[in-house]
Ligand binder design. Structure first.
Ligand code: FES
Ligand SMILES: [Fe+2]
Length: 359
């Protein structure tokens, strides 16, 4: 089950620059493209003529043309023209609320009338020149909640990422988890440890010695529907750790947007935002490549875990103290799912209708 009335990252702007993008999100097949004003448009990826995917077509004068027999669709989801045909009576396709912000395309797969841009997850670093961002996208065949578990319990770094960000002290530092409304925060602090290879690289990237003891932190923030922002970093030991001055640490935010494709597959948008050396494009590339390799190590574990869970659905799993972040995040999702299915009394359930105009 997914939350439908929420903003999800659907892609990156470059993915619709040259041609339409077809992407299934929360079980909805959607085509994304740019309308006449350059705005992102999201329609049901289904041609009303014979059901061809509209994403195999092309954009002409800001309207999507089906690649099968040339039916041209307006941005409102209504057919606008077709060679040799009168299209006035053609059924419309659904239009989804969509927008472009913070370097991402966002879509609201549920009721478009509830799609308020103010509900978008705020990314304060995204428009700030003091910060740099690099990231990528993985398709993973697992339930989105397994990815949330993964990111809300970084104990696995010691084992899955032993050669880059793992270290035995992670196991030894017990995490602390709290729930604040819809947000779940799980934190772990390590003192006077040796920086693992990825963090040595980041220290050097910030012009700092990499061969001295450090204090290390990981503060994972889950917010619905599937965002996990992780404050991570190391500081030369004894200078305040998380609160150390900027010239004593290498700190960043691991950015994770987990967008369900189906019940058992996800689009995983990963990246890192940092506020040191923001103009150093070479460092951005180096960090992105390092992070991409590290995050790639999770794929096999998650996909094989999913296969096990599908094969043995009746098996009960354990909930240890390290699992608290994932467990509490799932509780938030379950509560919001229940609310979405039965809205508070007095609040009418809005019918699902195509959005009027761009959101
Ligand atoms: S299926 Fe699209 S025009 Fe025929
Ligand atoms: Fe991982």
């Amino acid at each position: 089950m997914f939350l439908k009335n929420a903003w999800y990252v659907a892609g990156t702007p470059d993915e619709i620059d040259a041609k339409p993008l077809g992407r299934k999100i929360c079980g909805e097949s959607i085509v994304f493209y740019r309308g006449a004003g350059g705005e992102v448009v999201a329609l049901e990826d289904f041609c009303p003529h014979r059901g061809a995917p509209l994403s195999l077509g092309f954009v002409r004068d800001g309207e999507l043309v089906c690649g099968y027999h040339g039916l041209q669709m307006g941005c409102d989801g209504k057919a606008s023209s077709m060679p040799g045909q009168r299209v006035g009576g053609f059924p419309a396709v659904r239009r989804y609320a969509a927008l472009e912000r913070y370097g991402f395309l966002w879509v609201w797969p549920g009721d478009a009338s509830q799609a308020d841009p103010a509900k978008l997850h705020h990314l304060p670093w995204a428009d700030d020149p003091q910060w740099a961002y690099g990231g990528g996208l993985y398709h993973i065949r697992c339930d989105y909640r397994l990815m949330i578990d993964n990111l809300m319990d970084l104990t696995h770094e010691t084992y899955v990422h032993a050669s880059s960000i793992g270290q035995k002290e992670i196991d030894e530092a017990a995490p602390k988890t709290v729930s604040r409304g819809d947000e779940v925060v799980t934190s772990r602090f390590m003192h006077n440890v040796s920086a693992p290879p990825f963090w040595k690289m980041a220290l050097r990237g910030n012009g700092l010695a990499d061969d001295v003891p450090v204090d290390r932190w990981q503060v994972c923030h889950f917010t619905p529907p599937g965002h996990v922002m992780i404050e991570v970093g190391v500081a030369h030991a004894g200078h305040g750790g998380y609160d150390a001055p900027a010239d004593r640490k290498a700190a960043s935010i691991v950015v994770d947007f987990i967008t369900p494709e189906t019940e058992t597959s996800i689009w995983y948008f990963w990246g890192m935002a940092r506020n040191f050396q923001p103009d150093n494009a070479e460092l951005t590339t180096q960090i992105r490549e390092g992070q991409g390799k590290i995050f790639g190590e999770d794929l096999e574990m998650l996909e094989r875990q999913q296969q096990n869970l599908l094969a043995w659905p009746e098996r009960q799993l354990l909930k240890l103290n390290i699992d608290a972040g994932g467990v509490l995040s799932r509780k938030v999702i379950d509560r919001l799912l229940a609310e979405e299915r039965s809205p508070a009394p007095g609040r009418p359930v809005a019918p699902i209708v195509p959005a009027k105009g761009a959101v």
